[in-house]
Design a protein around this ligand. Structure first.
Ligand code: AP5
Length: 221
């Protein structure tokens, strides 16, 4: 069996981060979340963090050149050699083509692209109720998966679960319109390569994961 190099595609709040953490815990596949990387850069006060802050705060896409360079550096790191899960990248046709070249240059290939499909009407409720862990990035939801102890991460035990600054209803609407480039450019790009599996993201997280898992295990056996 070859390496599992997976892309999770989905609208904001579709559950990409939720499933990426499960893939990390079940298979040891490194989660590469461009959103998490940009938020860390911002917390660390780096130049990248400063240059991307206004785009993120507005819910708009960060320019391709910044994101592609970020991804090129991340994919060169040793911990992703045995498989990774991309969460939030690529989001444009240019990013998808740049990724193809990066992987080809490194002698690697994608194994699966899962599109986690969710209707727009549930997204606002999911995102405005999300609680993110400041330490491991795990997400809870005030209603759908509340933490056992208020404010405390159920995965790593860190305290201080917080609401992201772009998780307001108004910003979610802008983020949803930015998803058009994924729908129109990214999904067709990978469909043409025969890599896409659609998953019904309206099901509970465990059921979504069981479907992803069954595709991975069927193809591995
Ligand atoms: P990013 O951080 O990638 O945000 P996003 O794509 O909007 O996705 P989210 O993290 O909001 O949602 P998710 O799908 O991971 O859902 P989650 O699992 O948390 O990007 C942020 C910003 O960074 C962008 O707006 C842009 O500015 C910039 N950026 C990042 N990458 C970029 C790129 N490549 N190019 C340009 N700009 C880029 O779940 C959401 C909630 O729902 C949680 O509370 C969870 O508990 C709950 N939930 C999850 N699954 C289920 C389920 N099945 N049933 C019920 N509840 C569920």
């Amino acid at each position: 069996m070859g390496d599992r190099n997976i892309i999770l595609v989905g609208a904001p709040g579709s559950g990409k981060g939720t499933q990426a953490k499960r893939l990390l815990d079940a298979y040891g596949l490194q989660q590469i979340s461009t959103g998490d990387m940009l938020r860390s850069a911002r917390r660390a006060g780096t130049e990248l963090g400063e240059r991307t802050q206004a785009y993120m705060d507005a819910g708009k896409l960060v320019p391709d050149d910044l994101i592609i360079e970020l991804m090129r550096a991340r994919l060169a790191e040793a911990d992703v050699r045995n498989g990774f899960v991309l969460d939030g990248f690529p989001r444009t046709g240019a990013q998808a083509m740049a990724l193809d070249r990066m992987l080809q240059d490194g002698g690697r290939a994608l194994s699966h692209v899962f599109v986690v499909d969710v209707s727009d009407d549930v997204i606002v409720e999911r995102i405005t109720g999300r609680l993110s862990c400041p330490s491991c990035g795990f997400v809870h939801h005030v209603r759908f998966s509340p933490p056992r102890e208020p404010g405390v991460c159920g995965r790593c035990g860190a305290s201080g679960l917080y609401q992201r600054e772009d998780d307001t209803e108004a910003k979610v609407r802008v983020r949803l319109s930015a998803y058009a480039s994924v729908r129109e450019e990214v999904i067709p790009h990978y469909s043409a390569q025969g890599l896409v599996t659609w998953i019904d993201g309206l099901q509970p997280p465990d059921v979504v994961f069981a479907e992803i898992r069954s595709v991975l295990e069927t193809e591995a056996s």
